[in-house]
Design a protein around this ligand. Structure first.
Ligand code: AMP
Ligand code: ZN
Length: 489
């Protein structure tokens, strides 16, 4: 444990729908499994909110002194177009539509996802578990539960949810105001039964298929996460995360398998945590609705990806977050101000010639207070919202020793992950793809305009302003952020 954090970490557990104090399964450790992307398409920024949340959780656990083992999986097989066990495999469908190899599709979108992970400063987990690497273990696992918990249909091996006493309790599906949504599909004993092995139909060949006791086929999506989490973290482990949609079908099904395989009532993880959605005016952002926002689109428009990370951190992970370009630009401006504040702090530190670690003075009470407030907020179910204003407050405390401020700022950034020590104002100015005028040309025109103003040739100065406006460049005279210009989005 980090001796100097005094608030016990409380996390909202979807199993009990309340906050509980985090007590690790293994002394001093935290083992976390995060449901990863299905790599049939690019992730949208809503998907990436799920990983910013998991990263915030991991960073907080590390800061609190727990030795973190984090696993994120990559689903490259088995996820159907409908979570409730209906439809086609998303990757098979994408491969058929684009006449491409499924393996190429998986590789391409896994790499694209990893690029986004990097751009958002999300820490690398201990393991990226790739579903297709675990198929033999999945077959063994299914063999282990088949007799007591499964039955065979033409379509494959199905899990009988009535063999699990409290099936669906995570989704509260059985309660009057049940939040679960379970479609009725013909041929099953119970509507909620799901395939753990899907047979390749007679006369067909799938690009991805393996031999099994139930015929050639592929594993079900729910099976993958149970197998990989148990293989890499052991049961029970500490925390399982995912988006709120997983609380309804995917995670109840994982829990059922975990209980069947372990023979215990325990759900497999002590905590099940879910981030809420990023929404836009039309509702939940999703890939199936055609147009969707990718991180690359933000970058192409000149918005630094860490502005999106900041936008996520400004909201609590369990609240819906509404996306708008206005909110995003406001987050970028806020990040610029913070970065400018840090640059000033660094200058001050350099001029005072004291290395942070050599500062011998006892901690200023303000430093202790802000650190404690941050600890209290993060310990209150990862409430990152007040931490950004606390950081801004810290930057504004001009009378407090610069070295002590810098030390605390570094610590705050261990949690926020905004790369604050190295990020510069120049890094934050991305050039939009669609804008043809170059940065150097803009600067040249600005110099000419300054000269024209100095010569009191206001007509020439205005003409330059108009030329820049025509190029999509907006001038901001007297901008307190010293950005002088921006490109209209
Ligand atoms: P998928 O690649 O569809 O399996 O989704 C990856 C992760 O993103 C899952 O944890 C989903 O629950 C989560 N997710 C999907 N849509 C959104 C959204 N609009 N906002 C936040 N998380 C989402
Ligand atoms: Zn999963």
């Amino acid at each position: 444990m980090n001796e100097s954090t005094s608030h016990p970490l409380k996390l909202f557990n979807s199993l009990t729908r309340q906050q509980e104090v985090f007590t690790p399964v293994h002394e001093g450790e935290a083992r976390v499994y995060t449901c990863g992307p299905t790599v049939y398409n690019y992730p949208h920024i809503g998907n990436m909110r799920a990983y910013v949340f998991a990263d915030l959780l991991g960073r907080t656990l590390s800061w609190k002194g727990f030795k973190l083992t984090h696993v994120i999986n990559i689903t490259d097989v088995g996820h159907l177009t409908d979570d409730a066990d209906d439809g086609e495999d998303k990757l098979e469908k994408a491969a058929a539509e684009r006449a491409q190899s499924i393996w190429d599709i998986a590789k391409h979108y896994t790499e694209a996802y990893w690029d986004d992970i990097k751009a958002l400063n999300i820490r690398q987990p201990a393991h990226w578990s790739i579903a297709t690497d675990y198929v033999p273990q999945m077959i063994d696992y299914a063999k282990g539960i088949a007799e007591q918990h499964c039955y065979e249909l033409d379509g494959g091996l199905y899990f009988d949810v009535s063999t699990i006493a409290d099936y669906g309790s995570l989704a509260r599906a059985a309660t009057e105001d049940g939040e679960g949504r379970i479609d009725v599909v013909e041929g099953k004993r119970n509507a909620a039964d799901f395939a753990i092995w899907r047979k390749t139909p007679e006369g067909e060949t799938r690009q991805m298929e393996w031999d099994s006791p139930w015929g050639k086929g592929a594993p079900g999506w729910h099976l993958e996460c149970s197998v990989m989490s148990e293989a890499l973290l052991g049961l029970p482990f500490d925390i399982h995360t995912g988006g709120i949609d997983h609380r309804e079908i995917h995670h109840p099904n994982e829990i059922a398998q975990n209980q069947a395989h372990s023979g215990c009532d325990h759900s497999g993880a002590h905590f099940w945590m879910h981030n809420n959605f990023l929404i836009d005016r039309a509702g939940k952002m999703s890939k199936s609705t055609g147009e969707f926002l990718r991180l690359q689109l933000l970058i192409d428009k000149g918005i630094h990806p860490l502005a999106y990370r900041l936008m996520c951190l400004q909201a609590h992970y369990r609240s819906e977050l509404e996306f708008s370009w206005g909110n995003l630009v406001a987050a970028l401006t806020r990040l610029k101000r913070i970065v400018m504040g840090i640059e000033r702090l660094q200058e001050r530190l350099a001029s005072s010639q004291i290395a942070a670690s050599q500062s011998e003075k006892s901690l200023h009470p303000k430093i202790t207070e802000i650190r404690d407030q941050m600890d209290a907020a993060m310990s209150d179910d990862l409430n990152s919202c007040p931490v950004v204003p606390l950081l801004e407050h810290l930057l504004s405390l001009k009378k407090v020793d610069a070295a002590q401020r810098m030390d605390l700022l570094r610590e705050m950034d261990l949690i926020l992950g905004l790369d604050l020590e190295t990020l510069t104002r120049v890094d934050l100015r991305l050039h939009p793809k669609a804008v043809s005028i170059t940065q150097a040309e803009i600067e040249d025109k600005l110099d000419l305009r300054q000269q024209a103003k100095a010569d009191k040739d206001f007509a020439a100065a205005d003409a330059i302003r108009d030329e820049l406006t025509a190029e999509g460049v907006e001038l901001m005279d007297g901008d307190p952020l010293r950005w002088e210009w921006s490109i209209s989005i």
